[in-house]
Write a protein that binds this ligand. Structure first.
Ligand code: ACO
Length: 427
């Protein structure tokens, strides 16, 4: 195997080292390309660009493999819990019993938001998008936290990470309660991370209320499946912001904004909207798929930049979806529609030749509907789930002594130099 790649341009040859990852993926290290040849690379959408070396998550899009710190997603979804998976991502190893107990203790200790922050929610219009509130409130919460995380001290990093991870759930639920004109609940010390989230969202202080264990487990699996996904749009954003040496809360707030769009974290919402639209119109699935194709539009919840075979998370979530609906005795016509849509699309040449398969968002919305999560909150749940990945990536950037600020180049295509024309002389 060659350990260098040669580029020939303008009658000259340039050698570049080929770096090999632990899973044998190879990359040409072009960091000296411009200095040596005057050229840069152009890769719109970064589909062929490795923006960093990372030891957090491995994906093989052709084989449908996803591993956090080496552990297959299937095993984590089956055996782990969200706090344990978060610990694994952020610290690199599964915790032992004492470590997990301490970490859970920190999540409980830091689950409250500062009392002054409760008033911040009043400043938003009642129909403000929950992702806007989440991003703003994470930044606001950062104002009450130590600005400097002492990364060389793992206890200090753990404190900050636990604060962010714990508070994001409290903020998310509070934004929903405010929008509904309901009292904001205080988190409970005796509930797990995910049970507490459901309690904060739905329980009333004047009634006994315990979140349903089936829903708690299903949502925990949703969080685990979303916990990291290497260099996606929002995680790359977090790394970009972190590279300027911005703090953990500010970088995560930027991640929320990047996640917001319908091509990323907003897709789970778009899937349910699409299914509702088909259901209400009474259109057949075949006709809907045909319209998508002829308009060259997108079937929401299908396709992925990296997975070109299947998304391993989609398989797990489909099963979790079936189980939770069966256990709760819920019959959701949208699930039946989703199954039919999947069947039709997977048989269709258009989708086959483009290697388009259901992604994790195709079924996650059905679970959230079963949990009575309102549509606008779907991406917020994605953000809660993705928080450990963002924190782990933030740490990786900030603790790399050789890290430089992220600063891509561009190929300029605008006008060449022009002379300023005074206003009176312009046509
Ligand atoms: N439905 C129909 N056609 C599609 C879809 C889709 N969902 N996704 C891609 N295609 C088509 C494109 O139109 C294109 O066709 P063409 O070659 O004839 O022009 C071809 O497949 C390649 O698609 P790209 O746009 O190049 O794929 P890209 O890697 O840039 O985008 C993305 C990936 C954003 C996920 C895209 O598939 C999409 O928009 N899917 C729907 C939204 C969605 O589900 N997003 C969630 C992503 S997963 C996540 O964030 C957790």
């Amino acid at each position: 195997m060659s350990d260098k790649a040669t580029l020939t341009y303008g009658g000259k040859s340039y050698d570049f080292p080929v770096v090999v990852g632990t899973e044998h993926e190879r990359a040409v290290d072009i960091s000296k390309l411009r200095a040596e040849s005057g050229l840069i690379t152009l890769d719109d959408g970064y589909a062929n660009t490795g923006s960093c070396a990372s030891s957090i998550t491995f994906i093989d899009g052709e084989q449908g493999i996803l591993r956090y710190r080496g552990y297959p997603i299937e095993e984590l979804a089956q055996h782990s819990t969200f706090p344990e998976t978060a610990y694994l991502l952020m610290f690199g190893e599964l915790p032992n019993a004492t470590q997990l107990m301490e970490f859970r203790g920190l999540l409980t200790e830091h689950q409250f938001i500062h009392e002054n922050m409760r008033h911040h929610f009043e400043g938003f219009p009642s129909d403000a998008p929950p992702m806007a509130i989440l991003s703003a409130m994470i930044n606001a919460a950062g104002c009450f936290e130590p600005a400097l995380v002492e990364l060389e001290r793992s206890d200090h990093f753990m404190q900050s990470a636990a604060r962010l991870l714990s508070k994001v759930r409290t903020i998310a639920a509070a934004s929903y309660r405010k929008s509904m004109g309901l009292p904001i609940n205080y988190p409970r010390y005796d509930l797990s991370y995910t049970a507490n989230f459901l309690y904060l969202m739905f329980c009333m202080p004047n009634m006994p209320c315990e979140p349903e264990p089936e829903l708690v487990r299903a949502l925990d699996v949703v969080f685990i499946l979303h916990a990291d996904h290497e260099q996606n749009c929002s995680t790359s954003t977090v790394r970009m912001v972190a590279s300027s040496q911005a703090g953990m809360f500010a970088s995560a707030a930027a991640g929320v904004c990047a996640l917001w769009g319908p091509l990323h974290g907003g897709a789970n919402m778009a899937v349910v909207e699409m299914l509702e639209q088909i259901h209400q119109s009474g259109e057949s699935v075949e006709s809907f798929v045909s319209r998508v194709k002829s308009a060259h539009a997108k079937l929401m919840g299908f396709g992925h930049r990296v997975y070109k075979n299947f998304d391993p998370r989609a398989k797990i979530i489909k099963r979790a979806c079936d189980q939770v609906l069966a256990k709760l005795g819920v019959r959701d016509p949208l699930l039946e529609l989703a199954l039919r849509l999947e069947e039709v699309a997977l048989r269709d040449e258009y989708f086959i030749e483009r290697k388009l398969y259901p992604n994790v968002d195709f079924y996650s919305g059905i679970i959230m509907r079963a949990a009575k999560i309102p549509l606008g909150m779907f991406p917020v749940l994605f953000a809660i789930g993705r928080m450990p990945g963002w924190i782990a990536n933030w740490r990786e950037v900030r603790s790399n002594a050789k890290a430089r600020i992220y600063r891509p180049r561009q190929v300029y295509t605008g006008p060449t130099q022009r002379t300023y024309v005074p206003l009176a002389e312009r046509k």
